[in-house]
Design a binder for this molecule. Structure first.
Ligand code: HEC
Length: 496
């Protein structure tokens, strides 16, 4: 089925296939790359927030808290001694500048109810509890207020130090229990993990931008494929039409060549037959006339017996009949010879040119036409003159080297019209010029003068002439002349 399609359709189909296959691959890849960039930006922003908060936590635990313990033993001041309180407060201050970035230190059973993990956060914290090796989790989270990229880091397991405030509530600082109540956030065990820190970076906007870029890309990609498809379609159609036209033209030229050949053959054979017939008629007529005359004289002058006279006059009648038949025959033959009409030499030249077109193109020969403005007309047999012109032109093309030039010119004066065909070929040596028109001179090796005897014969029958001027190495110029009108004797001469 595919094989039956035209090359144009095959190509279009191939292009569409390429489009259909490449579009999802390229657009997916583009989206992946753009999304990756957006995620990396979000991760960098989240990491900065996380490490800032962690740094604060460390500062509280390692710097502030020991000072407080030392200066105010037994006291507990949340604002200076709770890592998570200070960190949470700092994070809230940062969020004033970046309202979209969210930080939370979520716990499964927090001291501060604000730190209670939601369902999603509990899931992540449980993952960290199950897999203590895992320190960080990253992923997407869609919330009612938009799409977020989430980084979660596992919290710090409780140590003996921590239990001072997170262990038995009766041991914990008084202010702490007063502030948060005696249940939540206490009774932790050493090594127990209960929390994780989360940052939420909004990613909806950059992802939408990435999707928009991909959409624009798909549009442009489709558009360019469409344009390419149209261009190829137009181009193919033009090329196809061109080659079809060329094919038709070649067929036409072939047909014309065949026609010309057939015409020529029939003309030649007819002419030969006519010539033979005429010469036979000529030979029969004279004796027939002589015999009839002799019989006539004998019948008139001699005294003959009646039976003999009767037989002789019968014979004389037969001879006269023969004479009449021959005369009729001649008349018919002459009538058939009239195939001469007024023709335009320019038009004949133009009609012959296409017949040599393929040879001309093959050798890249340039043909210049300098045709007379006023059509040079004369009475000729069109097909014969075409044959003559074709032969001379063919000789010129064969003699001209590739890239050479041929000039064809016509002109007319009161009495003659002429045609010259000049080439830039190898030329003909002077001593050979007289021979090229003779029937038995053939330089097939050089292919000079192929068919020139025929050309000469045709022209002579038209009372015209052909001559050549040539310089070896420079080229040859054949000149054909034809009389505009034939004189009375010439016409009569032709009829004999
Ligand atoms: C001096 C007392 C104190 C010590 C010591 C202490 N914490 Fe806390 N911790 C608190 C207070 C108070 C809060 C509540 C702060 C708030 O309001 O956000 C808290 C909150 C937390 C939270 C946030 C969740 C929640 O319960 O609200 C975590 C997690 C936590 N502490 C872990 C630890 C770990 C682990 C250690 C040991 C490395 C530790 N704490 C040491 C006082 C303490």
């Amino acid at each position: 089925m595919l094989r039956d399609l035209s090359p144009k359709k095959k190509f279009a189909l191939l292009l569409i296939a390429i489009y259909v296959i490449s579009l999802p691959i390229i657009s997916t890849l583009t989206y992946i790359i753009l999304k990756d960039n957006a995620v990396r930006d979000a991760y960098d922003a989240g990491k900065l927030l996380l490490s800032t908060v962690e740094a604060v936590k460390h500062y509280v635990a390692e710097e502030l808290r020991p000072v407080f313990y030392k200066e105010m033993p037994g006291r507990f001041i949340v604002e200076g001694m709770s890592r998570s309180y200070v960190a949470g407060d700092i994070a809230r201050r940062v969020q004033k500048e970046h309202p979209n970035d969210k930080y939370i230190n979520a716990s499964l059973s927090p001291m501060n109810p604000q730190n209670a993990a939601d369902e999603f956060q509990s899931g992540i914290i449980n993952t960290f509890i199950r897999n203590r090796e895992l320190k960080e989790w990253r992923g997407f989270r869609t919330r009612p207020d938009g799409e977020y990229y989430v980084i979660a880091r596992a919290g710090q397991p409780f140590t003996a130090d921590c239990l001072l405030c997170h262990g038995d509530p009766s041991v914990a600082p008084k202010e702490l229990v007063e502030r948060y109540g005696p249940t939540a956030g206490f009774n932790k065990k050493i090594g127990q993990l209960e929390d994780a820190t989360f940052v939420y970076i909004p990613i909806g906007v950059p992802l939408a931008a990435a999707r928009k870029v991909v959409a624009i890309f798909i549009g442009l990609y489709t558009l360019s494929f469409g344009i390419i498809l149209i261009i190829i379609n137009v181009h193919f159609t033009r090329l196809y039409n061109q080659s079809e036209a060329d094919k038709k033209r070649i067929e036409e030229i072939n047909l014309e060549l065949m026609d010309l050949n057939r015409d020529m053959e029939s003309i030649i054979s007819e002419r030969t037959m006519n010539l033979i017939a005429l010469s036979v008629a000529d030979r029969v007529r004279n004796p027939a006339t002589a015999i009839a005359g002799t019989f006539n004289r004998i019948l008139r002058k001699e005294a003959l017996s009646d039976p003999l006279r009767e037989r002789l006059s019968d014979l004389m009648l037969e001879a006269q009949k023969l004479d009449a038949i021959v005369k009729d025959y001649e008349t018919i033959l002459r009538g058939r010879q009239i195939m001469f009409r007024v023709e335009d030499l320019n038009e004949i030249v133009r009609s012959v040119l296409p017949l040599m077109e393929s040879e001309r193109k093959e050798k890249d020969i340039e043909i210049t036409l300098r045709l007379a403005e006023k059509p040079p007309r004369c009475v000729v047999n069109r097909q014969l003159i075409r044959v003559a012109v074709l032969h001379v032109l063919k000789n010129a093309v064969e003699a001209t080297p590739p890239g050479g030039a041929i000039t064809i010119a016509t002109s007319s004066d009161e009495d003659h019209i002429s045609l010259s065909i000049a080439d830039t070929g190898r030329g003909i040596p002077e001593e050979e010029i007289p021979k090229i028109f003779s029937l038995f001179y053939s330089t097939k090796k050089h292919r000079i003068g192929m068919g020139l005897p025929l050309v000469k014969q045709i022209l002579e029958e038209h009372k015209g002439a052909i001559s050549v001027e040539s310089i070896v190495g420079r080229g040859s110029a054949f000149l054909i002349t034809l009389p505009v009108r034939w004189s009375e004797q010439e016409l009569e001469g032709k009829e004999k």
